[in-house]
Design a protein around this ligand. Structure first.
Ligand SMILES: [Zn+2]
Length: 458
């Protein structure tokens, strides 16, 4: 009896022995060559002329939108807020479908009307959106990520656009790391397995940006450029024309403009699109990083070969040396200095001195860090050199900063209305904030400010 029991147990054990088995393959329907990460439905219009070209080359494309665009305008109906977001999700999907792109997701961030990326990241719930985007990178396994250039410059410079670029950069550097959101990449386990996602880490190969800046001179030559006037093999139309047809889905945003186009014949459309309004302009990209080599201005897919590559942990540049007493621009500017360093983007072009376009009359806020690494309390005096008619309202006075302390200060400047009927475009003007201690200048912060009738809040 005892012997029989032993045999039964042996059979039972061997029947349950776990042979190592290969994991099921990833779902090929979601594999992307290009993952586009933008903020709002209709932002994809910034890259659709290039996407039309990539589709000609049989590239698979997926798109992620940061928000539903629920605070946009509605030129079609009464729907606003969340209802408008529901409408705009469909407009975005239809715009992509026109090109044949079906894989699109929304991170669920909330529209944030500001130029400050930190406001957008906070309002989007940065951590949640990052987790979702890392998941989508692991699901779509893109060769290339294409996104807004993260930085501040004169342009629309929407904080949400910048947030899309920040999240895409973070995801590029994190999705290949098995220690990041490990529940997404955990192998099969005996208990609570349905909670685990069974994705694998994925390291994208290249990261490209497109700037939301008005003056693009500092970005030229930093990546490839593509003509949009060539004829698509698939549609027999120029790439710009395919992009325009895709944009027709965004009725809530541009009904009056699209109605005008609907009245035009082909010759009129071509004249309109290729003269002033931008559809016919070359597409310029900025190389953020490549883990597979290739040249700066070479094709986006140069040096990319099929198959996974090893996780590339970004090299963090050392912290620049700072004097014992220093002043620096805080807010998004200091964030971006840290961001470029943390993600190995030290060659990413950014305006120097920093610049911003602001609505005037209004207020310019200059956030500052004042660092005192000395062993004694310091008295710091801030003063501002301003263009004529600009008035420092607060912050230009004496501060006491204790030993080994960092203080946050803020200089606020009243901005006059921009000149009426100015014959030419206003030039940005320079503002300098100077910090002094013990009769010596310890540092200066410069910023160039362009005054406009309309701009997003700072
Ligand atoms: Zn947008």
């Amino acid at each position: 009896m005892k012997r029989l029991f032993g045999v039964v147990l042996l059979v039972y054990l061997s029947a349950n022995a776990q042979e190592p088995k290969a994991l099921p393959q990833a779902d090929e329907r979601y594999k992307a060559d290009i993952l586009v990460v933008v903020a709002h439905p209709d932002d994809e219009g910034a890259v659709t002329p290039y996407l039309a070209r990539a589709l000609d080359e049989h590239k698979r494309i997926a798109v992620v939108f940061g928000t539903h665009g629920s605070s946009g305008s509605n030129e079609v109906g009464a729907e606003q807020a969340a209802a408008l977001g529901a409408v705009r999700e469909i407009e975005a999907r239809n715009a992509l479908m026109t090109l044949g792109i079906t894989n699109a997701w929304f991170l669920g961030g909330k529209d944030t009307a500001s130029q400050n990326v930190l406001h957008s990241l906070a309002n989007w719930d940065h951590g949640k959106c990052l987790e979702r985007l890392v998941r989508l990178v692991r699901l779509t396994r893109p060769e290339v990520i294409l996104t807004f250039l993260p930085g501040t410059f004169i342009g629309e410079d929407h904080g949400d656009h910048q947030a899309a670029g920040v999240l895409a950069t973070e995801s590029f550097d994190l999705a290949g790391d098995p220690a990041v959101f490990p529940e997404q990449v955990a192998g099969p386990m005996k208990r609570l397995e349905p909670l685990l996602e069974n994705l694998r880490p994925w390291q994208p190969k290249k990261l490209y940006y497109f700037p939301d800046a008005e003056r693009e001179d500092i970005f030229r030559g930093k990546g490839p450029a593509y003509s949009v006037k060539e004829i698509s093999k698939l549609s027999k139309q120029p790439y710009w024309r395919m992009a325009l047809d895709s944009f027709r889905a965004h009725q809530t945003q541009a009904k009056s403009y699209l109605d005008q186009i609907a009245q035009m014949d082909e010759a009129q459309i071509e004249k309109m699109a290729t003269s002033k309004n931008g559809w016919g302009e070359d597409q310029h990209y900025v190389l953020g990083k490549s883990l597979v080599g290739g040249s700066v201005s070479g094709d986006i897919f140069e040096s990319i070969t099929p198959g996974a590559i090893a996780f590339g942990r970004p090299e963090v540049a050392p912290e620049p040396a700072k004097p014992e007493l220093s002043v620096e621009l805080a807010g998004p500017w200091s964030f971006y200095a840290e961001f470029r360093r943390a993600h190995g983007l030290t060659n990413l072009p950014h305006p120097e001195p920093p610049e911003i376009a602001l609505q005037a009359p209004g207020t310019l806020v200059i956030p500052l860090w004042i660092r005192n690494r000395t062993a004694k309390t310091q008295e710091i005096t801030l003063s501002a050199a301003l263009p004529a008619g600009w008035i420092a309202q607060s912050g230009t006075w004496k501060f006491t900063v204790a030993a080994k302390q960092v203080a946050a200060a803020r200089v606020e400047v009243d901005l006059p209305a921009p000149a009426e009927n100015a014959a030419k475009k206003p030039e940005p003007q320079e503002v300098t904030v100077r910090a002094e201690a013990n009769g010596q200048v310890i540092g200066e912060v410069k910023i160039r400010v362009e005054l406009r009738k309309h701009a997003l809040p700072q």
